[in-house]
Design a protein around this ligand. Structure first.
Ligand SMILES: [Zn+2]
Length: 73
């Protein structure tokens, strides 16, 4: 479990250093990110994972959303 967290932390560092995206170019918005957390397999939103892995602010938003009351696992 700790190993998985280490991986996520390492990935987070990479996203932040390589894709800071301070202007939030192409960001889908919080509503859509919440949808992604609720229904990650939904064809309408699953392509957004591609964006989130290349956008630090969205990555952070998604991390916060997953900590929230919505249980996905
Ligand atoms: Zn974004």
């Amino acid at each position: 479990m700790d190993r998985e967290k280490d991986l996520i932390d390492a990935f987070e560092n990479v996203v932040h250093s390589d894709f800071p995206n301070p202007e939030r170019v192409g960001c889908p918005g919080c509503e859509v990110l919440a949808q992604l957390v609720r229904q990650p397999a939904d064809a309408q939103v699953c392509h957004l994972l591609e964006h989130v892995t290349k956008c630090a602010p969205c990555f952070d938003d998604l991390k916060e959303l997953r900590k929230g009351p919505i249980e996905t696992f």
